[in-house]
Design a protein around this ligand. Structure first.
Ligand SMILES: C[S@@+](CC[C@H](N)C(=O)[O-])C[C@H]1O[C@@H](n2cnc3c(N)ncnc32)[C@H](O)[C@@H]1O
Length: 342
């Protein structure tokens, strides 16, 4: 499955898709340090503004277009309800992304975003996708249910030719399991500002906005920051992932990322739909139901034979008779069910 990854950041989603077996054709990202990270990790990075590229040559060649359109207007850090003015509207990446989907016509379009964007997406994005795709779903998934030791709830829009079931959850991991900090729950969300100093007011920490607030609680207010490596682990990046740039740029890349484990769960759900696994599952349960019906009719037939033994078969030999002929009886019942279209 080929992927065009827009707003690719440091490659969190790209790593998840890669782990699920997808192959990237291009990862478009305009931030120089994030693009350097993508290159160092071996992804085909195009350092450019998504709006400046010509996508016509890709038309009909892409299996999955994955996009995390910029969402400042809705992010909880901004405490906004949606775009407020011209600037916000100009920064809204959804219209450009839909335009690119219209040009590229990928087999699947998958979008990730903050949950505050849900109302806008339901109003302005889903109706446009329904004009292009037979099946469009919106899921709300928490990374903590998909392999990350971090609570991070995001919306996903999946548009494609088949219905897709949301991924099943896995057992939750805690901050203690992952990075040895005495906090026995998944960490709060890893944010882009984890590397900055923490406020001194303990009441503020209790709001648990950032992963580092849990660290502050676990250490009784000590002001050590979470290291970049700790943040990356909470986001399920592999150890030693080559984040490039100045420290604050690297923290920003980690905080902006889709946890690779979450992206992989979404990618595998799409693969299952693509492979028709749901159809196979439905077929198997139909076969099982039909086998159960054969056995029920067979039991009725055996009961009938027991009540009216065939000529020449003594009552004492009836069980032996049934045992010797059960294979033939079953075949007859099956043929009957088949003939009658039952
Ligand atoms: C939420 S982050 C994406 C995270 C990424 N999907 C990941 O999994 O790591 C959004 C990214 O979009 C990039 N971006 C914003 N506007 C852009 C534009 N017009 N063209 C290209 N990249 C853009 C930002 O630099 C940022 O890295």
């Amino acid at each position: 499955m080929t992927v065009l990854d827009l707003f690719a950041g440091a490659g969190g989603a790209a790593l998840g898709l890669h782990a699920a077996g997808f192959e990237h054709v291009a990862c478009v990202e305009r931030d120089a340090s994030a693009a350097a990270t993508l290159r160092a990790a071996g992804f085909p990075a195009i350092e450019a503004d998504v709006r400046d590229l010509d996508y016509a040559a890709l038309a009909g060649t892409i299996d999955v277009l994955w996009a995390s359109p910029p969402c400042q207007a809705w992010s909880s850090a901004n405490q906004h309800e949606g775009p407020k003015g011209e600037d916000d509207i100009a920064r809204n990446g959804w219209p450009w992304t839909l335009r690119i989907v219209g040009i590229v016509r990928p087999r699947w379009a998958i979008f990730e975003n903050v949950k505050n964007a849900r109302a806008y997406v339901e109003r302005a994005v889903l109706p446009e996708l329904r004009k292009l795709y037979a099946h469009v779903s919106l899921w709300v998934l928490n990374a903590a249910d998909h392999g990350a030791p971090q609570s991070r709830t995001r919306i996903f829009v999946i548009a494609g030719p088949r219905p897709v079931r949301p991924p099943l959850g896995t057992v939750r991991r805690t901050m203690r399991d992952a990075i040895g900090i005495a906090y026995d729950r998944p960490s709060p969300c890893v944010m882009t500002n984890e590397g900055k100093g923490r406020p001194t007011d303990p009441a503020w920490w209790r709001k648990l906005n950032n992963a580092s607030d849990a660290l502050a609680i676990a250490t009784d207010g000590a002001r050590r920051k979470l290291t970049l490596g700790e943040c990356a682990t909470l986001q399920t990046f592999p150890e030693g992932y080559p984040f490039a740039g100045r420290p604050e740029e690297r923290y920003r890349q980690v905080g902006n990322a889709v946890p690779p484990s979450l992206a992989a769960a979404v990618a595998r759900a799409v693969l299952a739909a693509e492979a028709g696994l749901d159809t196979i599952r439905e077929g198997l349960s139909a076969v099982r139901a039909s086998a159960e019906r054969v056995e029920r009719v067979l039991a009725a037939a055996v009961g009938f034979v027991r009540q009216r033994p065939p000529r020449g078969v003594g009552l004492e030999d009836i069980d032996g008779f049934v045992g010797r002929n059960v294979g033939q009886l079953r075949a007859m019942v099956r043929a009957l069910i088949h003939l009658k279209g039952l």
